[in-house]
Design a protein around this ligand. Sequence first.
Ligand SMILES: *Cc1c(COP(=O)(O)O)cnc(C)c1O
Length: 420
Amino acid sequence: MPTTYEASLAFAQSLDQVDVFYPFRERFLFPQHNGKDVHYFCGNSLGLQPKSVGYLMDMELADWAEHGVEGHFRARNPWLSYHKLFSERLSKIVGAKPTEVVAANTLTVNLHLLMISFYRPTQTRYKIIMEAGAFPSDQYAMETQAMMHGFDPNDAIIELTPRTGEYILREEDILKVIEDAGDSLAVIMMGGVNYYTGQLFNMKKITEVAHRVGAYVGFDLAHAVGNVPLHLHDWNVDFACWCSYKYLNSGPGGVGGIFVNEHHASNQKVFRLAGWWGNDEATRFKMQKGFVPTKTAESWQMSNAPVFNMVAHHASLDIYDKTSVSALREKSEELTGYCTFLLNQLTNLPFTIITPSNPNERGCQLSLLFHEKGKEIFDKLSQNGVIADWREPNVIRIAPVPLYNTFEDVYRFYEILKTC
Ligand SMILES: *Cc1c(COP(=O)(O)O)cnc(C)c1O
């Protein structure tokens, strides 16, 4: 891949010609605009539908029709163990052992379930560190977790805030807040990649420093999973959760995911709210009282697998099987690098890219903060077949996704934005 870019269609197309992921585009369905595929830059919000979802959905419907309850054993993908279709594949995506992950529930529900296990505050160690302006669901979850234990959220929650006049957090500042919180810190619960700015945090370092002060560390990986390489096990992260409908293309409201480090998961004394599907398989169907958790992340799974809500996950992870996040990351850096190069040509437009310019501190997303006319420009983009994402009060988020976006997509976006 070249290191000097050119702002021309021919140049963008020449990059597509040598892109090993170019054929992957064919595996997805694109919304249409004037009879052509839109330029879709919203994979950070809702990934596109893999073409195989319809076929796999029909297969489950047919198996249900044919077998009724016996489909738990006789379906082509038996429903009894449907969630196990994902453990190996997810473990590669998040850098974990298969026993440390499970596809279950949904993101915010998992945030709560994991906080119930890892936020066990005392009168002196009860603080939670999170990003200021985190995704609202995460803010509400942390507020109510603190309240559940009788704490005032304004006292219990320490927010990480950029310095005055800056948009992103400095690593040294994050680490200092952790060290300053010291013995009072119970848990860090923050994004791996911030949803608004696209900033990728140094999860390894944050985990290391937090453990030094005796706190647990969990990450909300909604914007990190399938976007950037993760090594949760090696980083010694305590717990994490994510949704599957952003970079993992698993459909609106698709099943969420959980990571629990094996040294916690294997410890049956770690408290978890229980449901029958979290119980040891040997006694799961004995229908007796006395919860015995599995010694894996599966013990945070409450219920039997929501099969129809997992079909798209199955289809999408089949596509991830044909590649790896590290291979995708290589293209992603080029694609987002090219997008940055083109945006930097548009010096007459009133925006600042608030996402870090260092590729090691971002995934594929770029957040453009408009000093004026943001909404107007966003609407013009939409009218011209560019699907981007508008975040109040003044940010357009763009996510060139390496699985299905092309260099030509990025160039067309630039061309359209130029005329806005
Ligand atoms: C997308 C997203 C959510 C959404 O939560 P759901 O429970 O899946 O609706 C929550 N937190 C973050 C950081 C997100 O990016």
